[in-house]
Design a protein around this ligand. Structure first.
Ligand SMILES: Cc1cc2nc3c(=O)[nH]c(=O)nc-3n(C[C@H](O)[C@H](O)[C@H](O)COP(=O)(O)OP(=O)(O)OC[C@H]3O[C@@H](n4cnc5c(N)ncnc54)[C@H](O)[C@@H]3O)c2cc1C
Length: 461
């Protein structure tokens, strides 16, 4: 392919790989559910190289698949099987370009890992709130392209809310330099928002100007054993009524999810002596004594069985490690049918009960592993393969289970895709659960920004 030679020349030695063995990790999705082929991965080292590469691909009508940390769970960063699409990795664009402490802003290359950004902010006694279990490997470009959520959405909003400006390379190679750090700007359409959550189908994000925050003063982590998901929602309501916006994260963990996390890491342990059906892990920016008083009063009335306040940062970190390890641990339990859904916060308890009953009727031995960001109404509702059933037999029920979950979500006025985006995995459901008017506007945006359809072909729409 001529295009391959031209692209290699643009990115130079060390900026591409084309041998099967080195390409392998970039061709498979995190869970191994999607696998593609590609003749070449390029890793440009600058926005100019991204732009030049895309111009060449546009000239030859060749598809480009942007890839960040490859932690996405919907197959969005994986090329198709044609062996004709070029992978464009942001791995080499990983510098913090500029930090302005007085402006509470930071300009970063798209290939910076989320963890690097958090750490640089913390070193300046500032705070970047986006946080998720894959933060050591996912990149900010991927986070923005999937509008990632994570644990602190309750207080700070999703990835979308953390962006002041973007630099984007369009499908014809032109560059939008929108790295403004303004808090107010009413000059025309807010273009950056179109690329956030677009999963690389409209252009390549090469840099972002991010919003930073003051480091929260009190950061108390509390593990709560609680008798139901509905009681967890009530507890959150009480906390917000009494403590205002100070709950920063509020995660729900089912006892099955807790057991799975413990099973594969001997350093992790359920901190409670008595078993409970549900647990809440919360970080609250409020003084310890006020929190303890509140929890004591709730223990008598609102379904709380026991609560443990982390005594220090190490203990808090250990509690959060338990929560963050659930997805990875679940990989060891065989196939998992994942649903990442959201319903109105007030209806989370009722929703979980409804889906558990329905799934038990479809696949009686399947194990529902529910956990997630209950503060945002977002539940990871994963269904694990029964221990005594083969993968193939279990996956025969996949579409019936997913269909049932999504219909229940719809009945609860929720969304079938609260995090992770659409990728390949949820394309059909986007068609089903978004109106024809919304879909036609999405198609119009896509065809006007990428008329040749070369940006991440076959994803989202
Ligand atoms: C253990 C685990 C826990 C997770 N927890 C959460 C969670 O709590 N919340 C959450 O939202 N997600 C979560 N995820 C999913 C995943 O981490 C996020 O979707 C993340 O934002 C993806 O970032 P990435 O850099 O890995 O992107 P990739 O997987 O590489 O790509 C994702 C999509 O973005 C596109 N893309 C990547 N970089 C760019 C770019 N620079 N420009 C344009 N398009 C680009 C790709 O083409 C693809 O469509 C989790 C994943 C794992 C493995």
């Amino acid at each position: 392919m001529i295009v391959v030679d031209r692209l290699k020349a643009i990115v130079g030695a060390g900026g591409w790989i084309d041998d099967a063995q080195s390409l392998e990790p970039y061709l498979t999705e995190w869970r191994g559910r999607y696998r593609g082929r590609s003749p070449l991965l390029i890793a440009p080292s600058s926005t100019a190289e991204v732009s030049a590469s895309i111009k060449v691909c546009a000239e030859h009508g060749v598809g480009i698949v942007p890839q960040g940390g490859n932690t996405g769970l919907c197959g969005g960063a994986i090329p198709d099987e044609s062996n004709e699409q070029i992978l464009l990795s942001l791995n080499r664009m990983n510098n913090i370009r500029h930090t302005d402490v007085d402006d509470f802003s930071m300009v970063v290359d798209a290939g910076c890992t989320l963890q690097k950004i958090q750490r640089v902010a913390a070193d300046l006694d500032l705070f970047f709130p986006l946080s998720l279990a894959a933060e050591g490997s996912c990149q900010i470009g991927g986070n923005l392209s999937t509008n990632a959520g994570g644990i602190n959405v309750l207080r700070y909003g999703t990835a979308r809310a953390q962006v002041l400006g973007l630099e984007v390379v369009l499908a014809d190679g032109r560059i939008i330099d929108g790295l403004r750090s303004l808090r107010k700007d009413t000059a025309g359409y807010d273009l950056k928002q179109i690329f956030i959550g677009a999963e690389g189908t409209l252009g390549v994000i090469t840099a972002a100007c991010l919003k930073l925050y003051p480091r929260p003063k009190h950061c108390n982590t509390i593990f709560v054993a609680i008798d139901s998901a509905a009681a967890a929602v009530r507890l959150l309501g009480r906390m917000r009524a009494l403590l205002g916006e100070s709950p920063q994260a509020f995660e729900l963990i089912s006892s099955r999810a807790m057991r799975i996390a413990e099973r594969y890491d001997s350093t992790l342990r359920n901190p409670f002596d008595t078993a409970s059906d549900w647990y809440v892990l919360t970080t609250v920016n409020f003084e310890t004594s006020a929190l303890e008083n509140l929890l004591m009063s709730e223990i008598e009335t609102n379904g709380i069985i026991e609560a443990i306040v982390a005594k220090n940062e190490a203990e808090a970190e250990k509690m959060w490690r338990l929560r963050h390890s659930i997805s990875a641990a679940q990989k060891n339990e065989g196939a998992s049918i994942k649903h990442d859904v959201a319903v109105p916060v007030s209806r989370v308890g009722e929703f979980i009960v409804s889906v558990e009953f329905g799934i038990a009727e479809i696949s009686p031995r399947a194990r529902v592993v529910a956990f997630g960001h209950v503060g945002d109404g977002n539940i990871h509702l994963n269904v694990s393969q029964p221990k005594t059933q083969s993968i193939d037999l279990f996956l025969e029920d996949q579409s019936a289970i997913t269909d049932f979950v999504y219909r229940t979500v719809d009945r609860f006025s929720g969304t079938f895709s609260a995090e992770h985006g659409i990728g390949i995995a949820r394309k059909e459901h986007l068609q089903e659960f978004r109106s024809e008017t919304e879909l036609s506007v999405m198609r119009a945006i896509k065809s006007s920004l990428d008329p040749q359809g070369i940006m991440n072909p076959g994803k989202v729409l």
